[in-house]
Write a protein that binds this ligand. Structure first.
Ligand code: WTA
Length: 651
């Protein structure tokens, strides 16, 4: 049982939030979801308010998920236009550059104008409702402007994280046949340049990317880039003469808002599709409630817009709520390990939302870099992306927040659109490492391997038994894959791929992925993807990739590789294979450890026993009894296991 912290006495939650607020609202949301979500929809600005609320079936034979299906709206009206009267001069986006000397505030009025201008430019380039647009950008305000401009005219954006390689970008462009890419000349992180435009040029030489007609380039560094006549256009020149008003495209609530590719346990990345109405209700509601949002908050989510956290909690949620959202171009440890806290002081940040991997990395630097800053402005802390270990939680709570700020540990996924579990600040007690409570309307359950529900205290596979407005609607272009991935293992419920436990108080703790997905520094990657990238090298006969624990990154990648007959396994080859992964996927997916495997442990039906490989990889410098690696009696050749164990990487 975890230690328990009451709501910190110094934390004054909103007047209406009391210890029983959570339980009351949760009950209402479960007792009468139609009423609850009809009311919640009013938080958006609709052209035609919905009369229908929920239309869902989780039955694999008739799977459909629709919310607010007859509503008509444009999401940017909720994020921008409606704030002009009351919040026109309020800062919408606060930009903090990689270089600490660069900072810029953009008001709601200015952001509205920028979005309108760029939306007009996109229309002029022939982009319209339903077109797919790739966004491959650094963390600069233009990335948010680009997303919102797409939404303004009904185009579907597909943001690709700037750390992905040209190959990975090309694959995503090809899968959804994007018409246009928006990028920058270069990105800057920790004073190092990232050649984004050059990466785009390379990606567009790959087969399957012929759908791209135009590349729009933001000038960020002024570095020299090649501009292909007719295809490549400068952002500045495009928006210069555009009017600052742009008629928002009326959209159905169930029209797509964006595609975001994410890794699963099999095959290539999936294009997770979110639609407008339900997603916007979900992110705006969860953002307000989870962070106890106030009008004068300065809210900072350190994620990148290339991941779902950036979509929901830098752009759409905060802007729908009229908040001030900080956009940070840099990294937490540059110029030094004090950077996050210095930024908090400089901009008087009140809410900080970051990832356990950053917390652990900074914790290792000791308390000094934290203590030399004030942090008095902070009143709430958040965590997302991976399980937070209790030690990191305690440090975040006691050292960073000085015991004054509740921590909201928010559990969710790209697929869920926004937070599904977290404490409600001011109402829920806190336990280090626990996501505590399902958000309103969320019905979680724990199933054992046979699909039997585990009631009360226990742990197992986490499923959600009913829909919520922010749920993904399909895998772009492959609805069957959506059904197969999430609704067939346990028919009738949404399978999350995570494991969870519930304690005697009924509080939840997420234990991490139970499938072949690894969260490396909170970056989600499928082992199958890395394996197939490995096997693309002609010298590799076979590869199996598993996750193993890592002090800072949470998990890291451990690869077992069998070279082809006649190939000599050398250190040089090891480096080349890692470089190959960087090239095919991105640096964050390169294996930390690579072990040569004369053979992989196989069952008699030639299936790789990943469970055993995982155990070997987890062992590191420890010694374990071989018998604890699991039942090897079904293996074709049990001696393989002993050899792999003996030769394991002792990290
Ligand atoms: C993990 C990121 C424990 C989890 C929002 C999930 C977490 C995966 C938490 C989704 C948390 C995210 N506690 N685990 N608070 N938040 N995860 O799609 O394994 O990039 O399935 O979405 O991150 O990663 P994704």
């Amino acid at each position: 049982m975890s230690k328990e912290y009451p709501v910190p006495p110094a934390f004054a939650a909103a007047e209406q939030i009391k210890p029983d607020t959570y339980a009351g609202l949760y009950r209402e949301s479960i007792d009468d979801p139609e009423k609850f979500w009809a009311e919640a929809a009013r938080r958006l600005e609709w052209i035609k308010p919905p009369t229908q609320v929920k239309d869902v079936s989780f039955d694999p034979a008739d799977l459909h998920i629709r919310w607010y299906a007859d509503g008509v709206l444009n999401p940017t009206v909720s994020c921008l236009d409606r704030h002009l009267e009351t919040r026109g001069d309020k800062t919408a986006l606060l930009f903090e550059g990689d270089d600490p000397a660069i900072a810029r505030a953009i008001t709601y009025r200015e952001l509205h104008a920028q979005v309108c201008k760029f939306a007009n430019a996109l229309r002029q380039l022939g982009v319209g409702k339903g077109d797919r647009i790739a966004i491959y950008m650094p963390m600069i305000p233009e990335a948010c402007v680009a997303m919102l401009a797409c939404a303004r005219i009904g185009a579907i954006h597909s943001v690709v994280f700037g750390g992905f390689s040209p190959d990975a970008l090309a694959g995503r462009i090809a899968d959804s046949k994007c018409k246009l890419v928006i990028t920058a000349d270069e990105g800057v992180r920790a004073n190092r340049k990232i050649p984004l435009k050059a990466n785009v040029d390379e990606a567009l030489t790959r087969p399957g990317t012929e759908s791209i007609e135009t590349v729009v380039v933001v000038r960020r560094t002024g570095g020299a880039v090649a501009m292909l006549p007719l295809r490549d256009r400068w952002w500045d020149a495009l928006v210069e003469s555009q009017p600052a008003e742009c008629e928002p495209e009326p959209m159905n609530a169930e029209d797509p808002l964006f595609i975001l590719y994410t890794s699963g346990s099999t095959g290539k990345p999936k294009g997770v599709l979110h639609t407008i109405g339900g997603y916007m209700v979900w992110v705006s509601y969860t953002h307000e409630a989870t962070f106890d949002l106030r009008e004068d908050d300065v809210y900072w989510c350190t994620a990148d817009v290339g991941w779902v956290t950036g979509h929901s909690y830098i752009v759409y949620g905060p802007l729908a709520n009229g908040a001030t959202s900080l956009v940070f171009e840099g990294v937490p440890n540059w110029p030094d390990a004090s950077r996050l806290w210095q930024v908090c002081d400089k901009h008087q940040v009140t809410i900080l939302y970051t990832a356990p991997t950053a917390i652990r990395a900074l914790m290792r630097e000791g308390d000094g870099p934290v203590r030399k800053t004030s942090r008095k402005s902070l009143r709430l802390l958040g965590s997302v992306g991976e399980p937070i270990n209790p030690e990191a939680w305690e440090w975040y709570f006691n050292v960073v927040g000085e015991g004054r700020c509740p921590i909201v540990d928010t559990w969710w996924q790209t697929e869920t659109g926004g937070t599904l579990m977290c404490p409600l600040p001011g109402s829920t007690v806190l336990k280090p490492g626990c996501a505590m409570k399902p958000f309103f309307g969320i019905r979680p359950a724990i199933l054992d391997v046979d699909g039997q529900p585990i009631d009360g205290e226990g742990s197992g596979n986490l499923v959600i038994t009913d829909s919520w407005p922010g749920q993904m609607r399909t895998v772009y272009g492959d609805h069957q894959r959506f059904i197969d991935t999430y609704f067939t293992m346990y028919p009738g419920v949404y399978t999350t791929g995570d494991g969870a436990g519930r304690d005697a108080d009924g509080d939840w703790k997420i234990t991490g992925r139970v499938d072949d997905v690894i969260n490396v520094s909170g970056h989600r990657i499928g082992t199958a993807e890395i394996e197939s990238a490995m096997m693309a090298d002609v010298r590799v006969a076979e590869a199996a990739v598993v996750g193993c624990p890592h002090e800072i990154k949470g998990a890291t990648i451990y690869a077992f590789v069998t070279p082809k007959e006649g190939v000599v396994p050398t250190d040089a080859l090891r480096k080349e294979l890692a470089a190959g992964i960087r090239e095919r996927i991105g640096a964050f997916a390169a294996p930390e450890y690579l072990q040569w495997a004369p053979a992989l442990p196989k069952t008699r039906s030639a299936k790789t026993m990943r469970r055993i490989l995982r155990k070997i990889a987890e062992t590191g410098s420890n010694e374990v009894d071989l018998a604890t690696l699991g039942d090897t009696s079904t293996l074709a050749d049990p001696s393989v296991v002993k050899r792999l164990y003996d030769e394991r990487v002792r990290y």
